[in-house]
Design a protein around this ligand. Structure first.
Ligand code: C2E
Ligand code: MG
Ligand code: MG
Ligand code: MG
Length: 293
């Protein structure tokens, strides 16, 4: 019986493994066509300033609506795309262009300027074209670079053994801002924080989840906020889901928050109607420059 059981276990495992590989291959193939077939979309999640309690920006978050598999999370398909240079490049460019076009579309309907944050993959950094692509998209769409923010995960930004400083400085010279995503979960060199041109750090949701529950997470959250303040970098907390977490972050003078407690990532039409509602009361105009100019 035990032999039989072992055999079944083995068969089950290989079946799952095979299915997994097949699914991956199938997904990868489909992903190549997803762009042409308009199966990719961006949702936008508001970011709120704790100084004013108003929306100060949005983060663009990609989704893949596959006709057979349904909606696929970026956590599943971005890592797959990153394994194929021919995939992550076009997808990354598409996300950048689409986010900038959306920003200009909101401008056209009279919405005040909001920061538009776009996630970049490490693979996009390793590609020499990132800076020129960024420049082309800024010129093509007419977006003010000051409202464009590029989110780079901590693991890519602070551990990179390639020429991260140079690429970041080149990007910054275009006028965009840079945020370090998922801050605190990787073993990265804090020393690099002071050498890179970083405007904002995004405290990882993992610590936010533990606020008002775990004194250890609270201690880490406090340290991250203090660190950011001492280095003159802005700090935003990700994944805020309840009032207790918000109260803690307010008390610690965290600059901004983002999470389901406020808004989920929303389709552009839905967010647009929220932004247009009592226009002046929900939105905080970004920066010292005049509205959209
Ligand atoms: P991220 O950039 O750290 O984005 C935050 C994730 O947390 C998003 O997941 C968002 O939907 C989710 N989130 C926001 N608020 C809450 C909350 O209160 N509770 C919980 N449980 N989750 C919350 P999403 O949209 O599934 O994206 C996952 C990751 O995929 C992103 O993490 C980012 O690393 C990557 N990603 C998304 N869009 C793009 C893209 O256009 N390009 C690239 N390269 N990566 C992307
Ligand atoms: Mg992000
Ligand atoms: Mg994050
Ligand atoms: Mg993340």
């Amino acid at each position: 019986a035990s032999k039989e059981q072992g055999k079944n276990k083995y068969t089950l495992c290989t079946t799952i493994l095979k299915e997994d590989i097949l699914t991956k291959m199938k997904l990868t193939n489909c992903l190549y066509r997803a762009l042409e077939r308009n199966e990719l979309i961006l949702l936008y999640q508001p970011q709120i300033s704790l100084k004013t309690n108003k929306i100060i920006g949005v983060e663009a978050l990609i989704r893949w609506h596959h006709p057979e598999f349904g909606t696929i999370s970026p956590a599943t398909f971005i890592p797959l795309a990153e394994q194929h240079a021919g995939l992550i490049g076009p997808i990354g460019d598409w996300a950048l262009l689409t986010a900038c076009q959306q920003s200009m579309a909101w401008k056209a309907v009279g919405i005040p300027p909001l920061r538009m944050a776009v996630n970049l993959s490490g693979e996009q950094f390793r590609n020499n074209n990132l800076v020129s692509t960024m420049k082309r998209i800024i010129v093509e769409t007419g977006i003010k670079p000051e409202i464009l923010e590029l989110e780079i995960t901590e693991s890519v930004a602070l551990k990179g053994n390639f020429n991260m400083n140079q690429v970041m400085n080149d990007l910054k010279s275009l006028g965009v801002t840079i945020a370090i995503d998922d801050f605190g979960v990787e073993y990265s060199s804090l020393n690099r924080l002071k050498t890179l041109p970083i405007d904002r750090i995004k405290m990882d949701a993992e610590f936010v989840r533990g606020l008002a529950k775990s004194t250890k997470d609270e201690a880490i959250a406090k340290i991250i906020i203090q660190l950011a303040k001492s280095l003159d970098i802005h700090v935003i907390a990700e994944g805020v889901e309840n009032k207790l977490q918000l109260d803690f972050l307010n008390k610690q003078r965290c600059d901004e928050v983002q999470g389901f407690y406020f808004y989920k990532p929303l389709p552009p039409e839905e967010l647009e109607s929220i932004l247009l509602e009592p226009a002046a009361s929900k939105i905080l105009t970004l920066g010292p420059y005049p509205i959209w100019e």
